[in-house]
Design a binder for this molecule. Structure first.
Ligand code: TXA
Ligand code: MG
Length: 347
């Protein structure tokens, strides 16, 4: 038994499920120091970021990094993002260029991951054997403090089992990865979808994954960027952007995207009797009476929607829904990252 269990400070650690102990720790100074020690020792720590919770390991420790892949059931071909506490530390991870400099100054700490040529100090399992590496400075105060105390780069994918929904709350991590994972609790994630991944290693800056920082914001800083299409991503999997397959952020339930209530009702009716249906919509969509339905009305601005999206999917999954019906969102640029996640959930 490690002494971490004596750091419990909040009744949150004692749950009502009959177990005396949950692996979730409030982000007190003491627990942060303990988490930093764990990372330095090559152990895993799940921690909050402003996007989603990450599952971290010492990025220069090949064996520690290998544990991440094992815990997630993640294919070794899918590279990890390295998290550091400032720009100076980031320069030791990847080879810098002018665009990177401008973007880092503008958006860090924040939800932008820069893909740059990898420096040799980072073991190749971090980047799945690629010549490049993703790096970002997260904005969540708990993540920043942890990185500052630990003084090491931390490789961290989202803290979920491979191909499942990313966690935006501490208990999502436990539900997905189990009780063995040591989790720092920093409350719900403010952005709620993952960082934007921008490849700056080639001639044309290319967004490999839409996310917390928009294409418009990036272009305002460095001019036109390309967005990799899903088809390209599929063709490239294992090469330029592994882990970008569409089937990547899916709940357990079947997911269908609908445009009209009639469409939603048809899909609900095709389900067997007694099966539960979840509905995520921008306005109340009445399909109750047709089926046993759980309805979540989502905020109608894109950032608030994003902040709530994974949490709502977790909620409907946990409620035992066999089918989740998601109302399509507006076809404008500001909704692109959210639509991307909706389509992945439905893929
Ligand atoms: O917001 C986020 O980015 C969260 C938090 C924890 O920081 N992390 C996250 O990590 O979403 P993960 O591993 O679930 O997704 C990282 C994505 C993967 O799709 C991976 O393929 C891509 O970033 N990526 C990482 N390094 C790359 C590289 N060198 N080249 C191309 N793509 C890379
Ligand atoms: Mg992920």
């Amino acid at each position: 038994l490690s002494n971490n269990r004596f750091f419990i400070e909040s009744p949150q650690n004692f749950c009502n499920t009959g177990r005396a102990f949950m692996p979730i720790f409030p982000a007190s100074d003491e627990n942060l120091r303990h988490a930093a020690k764990r990372l330095q020792n090559g152990e895993l720590v799940a921690f909050p970021t402003e996007t989603v919770y990450g599952l971290g390991a010492h990025a220069r420790d090949e064996a520690a990094v290998a544990q991440i892949f094992a815990a997630k059931g993640r294919p070794a071909t899918n590279p990890l993002i390295v998290h550091v506490h400032n720009l100076e530390a980031a320069r030791e991870i990847g080879n810098w260029n002018e665009r990177a400099q401008r973007l880092a100054q503008r958006f860090w700490p924040g939800a932008l991951t820069l893909v740059l040529p990898k420096k040799p100090a980072i073991p190749s399992n971090v980047s799945a054997g690629l010549e490049t590496v993703g790096v970002r400075v997260p904005a969540h105060p708990v993540a920043l403090k942890l990185l500052e105390i630990a003084q090491i780069p931390v490789a961290a994918p989202s803290a979920n089992r491979s191909n499942h929904i990313s966690p935006t709350r501490a208990h999502h991590v436990e539900n997905s990865l189990g009780e063995e994972i040591w989790i720092l609790d920093g409350g719900p994630c403010e952005i709620g979808i993952e960082s934007t991944v921008l490849d700056l290693s080639g001639e044309t800056p290319t967004i490999l994954r839409l996310g917390g920082v928009s294409q418009t914001e990036i272009e305002a800083e460095i001019g036109p960027v390309r967005v990799q299409t899903h088809d390209e991503a599929a063709q490239n999997s294992g090469a330029k952007s592994p882990g970008m397959s569409r089937k990547h952020y899916a709940p357990r339930a079947k997911v269908h995207v609908f445009n009209t209530p009639i469409d939603a009702i048809f899909h609900a009716m095709a389900l067997g009797w007694g099966e539960k249906v979840g509905v995520l919509s921008l306005i109340e969509t009445e399909i109750a009476g047709v089926q046993d339905a759980v309805s979540v009305v989502m905020p109608n601005d894109a950032p608030s929607y994003a902040a709530r999206f994974y949490d709502a999917l977790h909620q409907l999954d946990d409620a035992g829904c066999a089918l989740i019906l998601i109302e399509d969102v507006p076809l404008s640029r500001e909704w692109n990252a959210v639509r991307d996640r909706i389509l992945r959930a439905a893929a």
